[in-house]
Every structure is written in C-alpha cells, then in structure tokens.
Design a binder for this molecule. Structure first.
Ligand code: CU
Ligand code: ZN
Length: 198
C-alpha cells in the first residue's frame, strides 16, 4: 500500500515537472524575448579563449595565454614569468585537469589525429605541439604565433584542455613528448569574453 502511494506521488511529481517545463517553453518571457540562454550568442562558436597558468610543485611559473580566432587560424599570445632562463616545452595537453601537483592528470599532448610528436612548423605534429617558450635572464617569456592546427570549436578545439609548461626544452623530435621533462606549469583553457582586453 505504502509503496503504491509513493509511486503515485513520484508519478505526480514527474507529471507536474513536465507540465511546468512545457509551460516554460510555450510561454514567452515577460519582455517578449525568447529565453536568452537559447539565443544565438550561446550557440555561436567561441572566438576567444584564455588560460591562466599556475605553478606545479615548487615551480614559480605563472602567466596568461590567450587564443584569438583570426582569418588563417588561432593567434596565440603568451606572457609567462618565473621560468629558468632558456627553452621550455610548451604544449596543449589532452585533459583540462591540473589537479595533481606533477601535472599528470593533464594526460599526454593533445593529439586528435594520432600523428607523431613534432614542432609547431612540422608537417606532422600533435595538434598541441607549440614547441618552446624561450625565457630571458629575468625568467620572462613571450610567445606569439598564429597556429593553423588548433581551433576554438570542432574536433581540434582546445577549449577545456590544458596548457603545460615543462622544465626542459622540447627537442621537437623525441617521441612522444619531445623529452621536455617535468611539468612545471598548468592551466585550463576556457572560453573568454571577446570584449575583454587581456
Ligand atoms: Cu607538454
Ligand atoms: Zn607532442
């Protein structure tokens, strides 16, 4: 008996919820506009993304990387500080997970095509292969390139993945990582407001 009562209550709740849903879909908002969350702005492909890089372990690296859709690809702009002088491997990794202090959860290089590791200008490369940051004597590195392989939507989209900065140079040839050593910086790539100036 009790079970039957509970079942009918559940059925009632479900029915009431769906009636409410139908009502919300059918009745326009008070201002006559349709639900803004379903409007064109929400469904349009992102045109800008941003990644705030945080240090891993005892590293000191930090900074921002921005990605802006341009005619021939995606413009990458990075400004990082706290590096040791010289080259540091710089990649998009598969997962947007910086939760482990050694960066392990970010997975391997973002490689949706299953191609070998290379440099940013190589014929064959991982989509995530950006080559190296080059830090000056003060530990500051800037990086500026237009990349034709990464995208902000579709199968090559880097949104929700991560940027990893490495302790050592990427030699652009060793498989599958360029022998770039430990992961010293990590950040998740998110959709940015195109109106923001970074
Ligand atoms: Cu990497
Ligand atoms: Zn790679």
């Amino acid at each position: 008996m009790r079970i039957h009562e509970r079942r009918s209550m559940l059925a009632l709740c479900a029915t009431a919820a769906s009636v409410l849903l139908v009502w919300q879909w059918a009745v326009p908002a008070a201002d006559g506009q349709s639900n803004p969350a379903a409007g064109p702005a929400a469904s349009a492909a992102p045109t800008k993304a941003v990644c705030v890089v945080h240090p891993l372990g005892d590293a000191k690296v930090g900074g921002n990387v921005t990605f802006t859709q341009v005619a021939d690809g995606v413009a990458i702009m990075a400004e990082l500080t706290g590096l040791t002088p010289g080259k540091h491997g710089f990649h998009v990794h598969e997962f947007g997970d910086c939760s482990m202090m050694d960066g392990t959860c970010a997975g391997g290089h973002f490689n949706p095509e299953g191609t070998p590791h290379g440099g940013p200008e190589s014929q064959q490369r991982h989509v995530g292969d950006f080559g190296n940051l080059v830090a000056d004597r003060s530990g500051k590195a800037t990086y500026q390139r237009v990349d034709g392989k990464i995208a902000l939507s579709g199968p090559h989209s880097i949104i929700g993945r991560s940027i990893i900065v490495h302790a050592d140079p990427d030699d652009l040839t060793s498989q599958p990582t360029g022998n770039a050593g430990a992961r010293i910086g990590c950040g998740v790539i998110g959709i940015a407001d195109p109106k923001m100036q970074h």
